[in-house]
Design a protein around this ligand. Sequence first.
Ligand code: E4P
Length: 227
Amino acid sequence: MKLLIDDANVNAIRRLIDLYPIDGVTTNPTILARTGGNPVETLKEIRSVIGQERLLFVQAIPLDAEGMIRDARAIVHLLGKTTVVKVPAIPEGIKAIRELKGEGIRTCGTVVYTPMQAFLAAKAGASYVAPYVNRIDNMGYDGISVTEQIHDILTVHHMDTQVLAASFKNSRQVLTLCAYGIGSATCAPDVIDGFIRNRAIDAAAEDFLSDFAKLVGEHVSMADLLS
Ligand code: E4P
């Protein structure tokens, strides 16, 4: 499963990229607005932090196909070929996805709430479809099973589209979809940190350190002993 950071805070992205095997970054207009900075400068900085090999997802702003296509061309021109354009999977968006597929621009059908909406985006040629797990849960439906059903539809029809599950609020949601075999997940920094943040884990690691210190003294590593 590809793991992406759903955030535009450059310091948070830099820290997570340094620590974890991260495949890319996803943004949306709300995430960019949260930074308070110039969105173009923020995106250029994110691209320079993550390098050209990682994926960067950037959303087209207009809600009409012509405007989405114009944004998509400009976004890929600025940020390079490993940039995927997020296109809201509304009727005009499905039209834009089909056109952009013809131009060789990779898209992600976003704001996906239903399996057949995802199917339409995939059939139009989207490389990814992004169901919003937690937002679907908040509507009283089951975001996990909607996402699993989308994954099944794409698989059974041999579609060349991957699920990019989004809108997570906790690691349990990510775990369930990871075990199911979905292709990619994008998570806010606190959700990624939550995969591994646990007092029992820290205590176990610290116990090893203090036991060894009792034997050889404080701050002595194997490298120190072997040098
Ligand atoms: C990512 O592609 C989505 O835009 C994002 O995950 C939505 O998350 P939210 O529901 O926390 O806003």
